[in-house]
Design a protein around this ligand. Structure first.
Ligand SMILES: [Zn+2]
Ligand SMILES: [Zn+2]
Length: 304
């Protein structure tokens, strides 16, 4: 199971109700942060998640509403005596950005900090998850990410294994983990691998085929939705998407659920944004700050 926490769901600037872009994904005790807009560390501190458990930070692009929280968070981790490494991934320019933040504020970290530039196509091993990077289309270099739980071994038919002469204990475990034991192969007694839950996050983008290709069959697609269709021209001009375009993308990639974020403050009533998307994609929800979802292979539930 993945836990998905929305820390900031606003677009461009913070408002009374919404912080700027920041999303946390927890797998076990490990936390992956996706974007880190201004005020993100304060949002984390008032959430049930611990900022000290963040191992990986995925930045979609270098607009301020997605990165201005980064120097503060990295510095607070240092002041809190963190020892474990942190890795920051982002598009071209992220290294220069973090270096400049650190240099200007003399904010050297006491823990190992690695910053890696990505452009799409990379698969990153990350504990229980695999993170796939894909290109998106915004007015500066930008990427999106799919966080996918690794598949788990299928269910073992213990009775059948016993009948084939396998004893309970280590042999049974080896068989379940894919080894052939005493001539009995896993295919004979172990079911299909259990697919893990998956979350795709676009960051800012126009409707893009690369989002559809990378997000095939995901449990949750988090798509930016800065505008409604009534402002489609503005969306195009500023390299953003409408609710309808986000919903079409979700349908075309066969996502199980669509979560709409980065909604412009001009739409006070986000239920209208949600309604536009639901015409095409019934499982669409416009998210608010501090909403926490459990994401399982077979679906998603709002916990708070
Ligand atoms: Zn933005
Ligand atoms: Zn942007």
């Amino acid at each position: 199971m993945l836990e998905l926490l929305f820390l900031g769901t606003g677009a461009s600037v913070p408002s009374r109700d919404k912080a700027t872009s920041c999303i946390a994904v927890r797998s076990g005790s490990d936390i992956i942060l996706m974007d880190c807009g201004e005020g993100s560390q304060r949002q984390i501190m008032i959430s049930p998640f611990s900022f000290m458990k963040i191992s990986t930070i995925l930045i979609t692009h270098l607009h301020g509403d997605h990165v201005f929280g980064l120097p503060g968070l990295l510095q607070t981790m240092s002041l809190s005596g963190r020892k474990y490494p942190v890795t920051v991934y982002g598009p071209k320019g992220i290294k220069e950005c973090v270096d400049a933040f650190m240099k200007a504020t003399e904010g050297e970290t006491v823990y190992p900090l690695e910053v890696i530039e990505v452009s799409g196509g990379e698969d990153i091993e990350n504990g229980n998850t695999i993170i796939s990077v894909y290109p998106t289309e915004h007015n500066i270099p930008s990427v999106g990410y799919v966080v996918r739980e690794k598949d788990r071994p299928g269910k073992l038919n213990r009775q059948k294994a016993l009948e084939l002469g396998i004893k309970d204990g280590p042999d049974m475990a080896r068989l379940k983990n894919g080894e052939t034991v005493n001539g009995v192969s896993p295919e004979q007694v172990v079911g299909k691998p259990i697919r893990g839950a998956s979350i795709s996050y676009t960051g800012d983008t126009v409707k893009s085929q690369s989002v559809i290709d990378a997000s095939k069959d995901v449990t949750v697609l988090i798509h930016e939705c800065t505008y409604m269709s009534s402002d489609a021209e503005l969306a195009k001009e500023h390299w953003h998407s409408t609710a309808l375009q986000a919903a079409e993308t979700a349908r075309e990639c066969n996502a199980m659920n669509l979560l709409l974020t980065h909604v412009s403050n001009r739409y006070a009533d986000i239920s209208k944004v949600e309604a536009e998307a639901r015409k095409v994609m019934p499982n669409s929800f416009a998210v608010s700050d501090m909403q926490l979802f459990d994401v399982n292979t077979d679906g998603m539930t709002l916990r708070q």
